[in-house]
Design a protein around this ligand. Structure first.
Ligand code: PLP
Length: 409
């Protein structure tokens, strides 16, 4: 490879990132932060502090202790809102991602006559496909006719321009899980609105990866998980966003529970809720406090360092890894398929491995070279250099390992 190991080490000296904040598996070059982020060192002490309140206070921890549980979720609201470019009233951390998508679609997928279609990508994450199909079925519609799968952002715009009056909802991934492509979220949102549709976003691969301005972009709703770039731990709590213009609108239906009502009314035990004019009205149950600590800890890191600074390092690292990968993947059948333009990708680079074999490549990277990437069968291996903790030397190791492995597979 033209770029040397010494060069990688020099880059790490001048652009070191924030690796010391994380537990990094020993000896491993970790590229799976787009699947499960690493554990911040601050996580365990914070969880222990919350557990300690339970031990000391029992039920009184709802109102007393270091972080009383009744308003606990509010501690996450402002940092989560800053992360996705939203107002605090538009942002809540709750449930998990697909659950949030369902709760939001109950409100915002409102098929009416001919306008009943849901647009998704052909490469939508399967959970989203199942979710939208089940939403269509819930409305007694045939998912095979109602759910329209399109190749990508340009096809979505074209469809909206030509058949937009049939579209009730556009639901797309901000960053595609397979290709790593960052879509034009504001542009597609505008195109959806021009066609009279609601536009929602699955930001699983975008939150904590690329800067977002959900409020200014006019996105109707969005949801994201916290276990990828947000380092909240396996199955971590998810986020949800509803644009201000929908808040407090009595014509928007919602599934509710006791956490949907104004906090001050929660213990009035009234038969009818009095929901606030905020996204908190979409909460249903009381939140799992010990699962909130890790997300809070992680959001504090993002708040401290700032998404713009992380994005800048992400582009430097990803640009460097692409240079290396371009050298070891000379084109079909082996090629980086993530778009090259900086505004069209986040931290993930996806390599297509020709005739399948992604699983074998990933296993060898792991077992023979200590490089953890991940595969999406049959033919994609994904590498995500994460600006918080990945190094240039990790990237150099990954490219060298991939060159060695693909020679043999
Ligand atoms: C893009 C995308 N959407 C949805 C999901 C499903 O998430 P959950 O199981 O947290 O609902 C994932 C999980 O990786 C994902 O990557």
């Amino acid at each position: 490879m033209t770029l040397t190991e010494d060069d990688a080490r020099r880059r790490d000296e001048t652009d070191p990132g924030h690796r010391a904040l994380f537990h990094v598996p020993p000896g491993i070059a970790y590229f799976a932060g787009n699947s499960l982020g690493l554990q911040p060192k601050a996580t365990v002490p914070e969880i222990l502090a919350d557990l300690g309140d339970w031990a000391r206070l029992g039920v009184e921890g709802h109102l007393e202790g270091g972080r009383p549980w009744l308003p606990y979720h509010e501690l996450l609201t402002e940092p989560a809102a800053r992360l996705v470019g939203a107002l605090p009233t538009e942002t809540v951390v709750m449930n998990s991602l697909t659950v949030n998508l369902h709760l939001l679609m109950v409100s915002f997928y409102r098929p009416a006559g001919e306008r009943n279609q849901i647009l998704i990508e052909d490469t939508a994450f399967p959970s989203d496909s199942y979710a939208v199909r089940s939403q269509a079925a819930f409305h007694n519609l045939d998912p095979n006719k109602t759910v329209v799968r399109l190749a990508g952002g340009d096809d979505v715009r074209k469809y909206l321009a030509e058949r937009g009056d049939h579209v009730a909802l556009v639901l797309l991934g901000g960053v595609n899980y397979l290709t790593g492509e960052l879509l034009d979220i504001p542009g597609i949102t505008r195109a959806g609105h021009a066609a009279g549709a609601i536009v929602g976003w699955d930001l699983a691969h975008a939150a904590g990866n690329v800067p977002l301005r959900l409020h200014d972009w006019g996105v109707d709703f969005a949801a994201w998980c916290s276990y990828k770039y947000l380092n909240g731990g396996p199955g971590a709590l998810a986020g949800a966003f509803v644009h201000e213009r929908h808040l407090g609108d009595p014509s928007v239906p919602r599934f509710e529970g006791w956490w949907s009502t104004e906090p001050a009314t929660r213990f009035e035990m009234a038969p009818v809720s009095r929901p606030p004019a905020t996204v908190d009205a979409w909460q249903v149950s009381n939140p799992p406090i010990f699962a909130m600590g890790p997300v809070r800890t992680s959001l504090e890191i993002f708040d401290r360092i700032g998404m713009d600074s992380l994005r800048a390092r992400s582009l430097r690292l990803t640009g460097y890894l692409r240079e290396l990968l371009d050298e070891v993947t000379p084109g079909r059948p082996l090629a980086v398929v993530t778009p090259r333009e900086p505004e069209r990708h986040g931290s993930q680079l996806s390599v297509r491995i020709g005739d399948g074999g992604a699983g074998e490549v990933t296993r060898r990277l792991r077992h023979e070279h200590g490089v953890i990437a991940d595969e999406r069968e049959p033919d994609v291996v994904r590498f995500a250099p994460v600006p918080l903790y990945s190094t240039y030397h990790d990237c150099w190791r990954a490219a060298r390992a991939l060159a060695a492995v693909v020679k043999e597979v």
